[in-house]
Design a protein around this ligand. Structure first.
Ligand code: R5P
Length: 295
């Protein structure tokens, strides 16, 4: 087996170092810089010819900068002869995996193409928005599940008489998996999103949540619109409180204020995106997958 190294990108320094420590691998010598005009630069600090490199770089906002740093590093690593596995804990652009309106691009397909062209041989991510997105990659691409770790974290809250709720049909599979592991009833809300304005609406319907603790599960919180509308609907129907378990907490703009105003009591995210809500460490989950890769 080739010598293996870990390269923590600037967006995932802590997670990358933690993966290296857990796998007993060295952190690669290198330097990332961002110039005052916003250009990125990557410099190898050692030869990587014939070595296998786990390049750990999440692509949360600024998404394009983090994505470009990933592509740039992979390009230089593979030019030097490394076999690159892109470990992208939060995969930006994963929601652009199909044409929703005529003329829209399938941007995740472009990301897959760019990754391949800069020498990425494998992709490992966490809770990709939709498993279908993985089929856009022409090399092995795998999404590990952060759900078991989120379940453990929510269990520690000792909620009583809980229900597990998906805000929409798209999140049903992952939320059902959560409900099964957690051992509580599952149901889903019906969400519609205006594809032009992005505004979210939850269908008014009678929900069996009176006096219960509702656990909303989602892959990503961006503006908070989905969880805000869902929380309001659940509380309106008499839920005792709303707790949110989410893989990737981006919290753009006034998301956190909106979530608080909508009555959300607790937010638990994984550390694919750093924030004060990233209480669930995903290192072991990623390491158990990366440990199975043989180059
Ligand atoms: C949508 O299908 C996703 O699973 C998320 O629910 C959504 O993208 C979250 O975005 P926002 O927080 O802006 O509603």
């Amino acid at each position: 087996m080739a010598e293996r190294l870990v390269l923590p990108g600037p967006a995932s320094e802590d997670l990358g170092k933690s993966i290296a420590a857990k796998m007993g691998l060295a952190v690669m010598k290198s330097e990332f810089r961002v110039f005052s005009d916003g250009e990125s630069k990557f410099t190898l600090g050692e030869s990587v010819a014939g070595k296998s490199v786990f390049l750990v770089q999440s692509t949360y906002p600024p998404v394009d900068q983090h994505m470009f740093q990933l592509l740039l590093a992979s390009h230089i690593l593979s030019q030097d002869g490394a076999k690159v596995t892109a470990v992208v804990p939060y995969l930006g652009y994963a929601r652009q995996d199909k044409e929703f309106l005529p003329g829209e691009g399938i941007t995740l397909g472009l990301i897959a193409h760019l990754m391949r062209s800069v020498g990425v041989r494998r992709l490992a991510t966490v809770d990709i928005h939709s498993a279908e997105g993985l089929s856009l990659f022409s090399f092995p691409a795998y999404s590990v599940s952060g759900i078991p770790s989120l379940v453990d974290a929510v269990r520690a809250l000792h909620l009583k008489d809980s229900v597990v709720v998906s805000p929409d049909i798209g999140g049903s599979k992952r939320t059902e998996a959560f409900a099964q592991l957690y051992g509580a009833p599952f149901f889903r809300l019906t969400k519609t999103r205006d594809r032009q304005s992005g505004a979210v609406k939850i269908k008014q319907e009678t929900l069996d949540v009176k006096g219960k603790d509702a656990i909303l599960v989602d892959d990503v919180i961006t503006t908070g619109g989905t969880i805000i509308a869902s929380s309001e609907a659940l509380l309106k129907q008499g839920a005792r409180k709303v707790v949110v378990a989410c893989s990737h907490g981006l919290f753009v703009g006034g998301a956190l204020e909106g979530l608080e105003a909508a009555g959300v009591k607790t937010i638990i995210c994984t550390n694919t995106v750093p924030s004060k809500y990233s209480k669930v460490d995903i290192t072991d989950t990623l390491v158990s997958h990366l440990g199975t890769i043989e180059e």
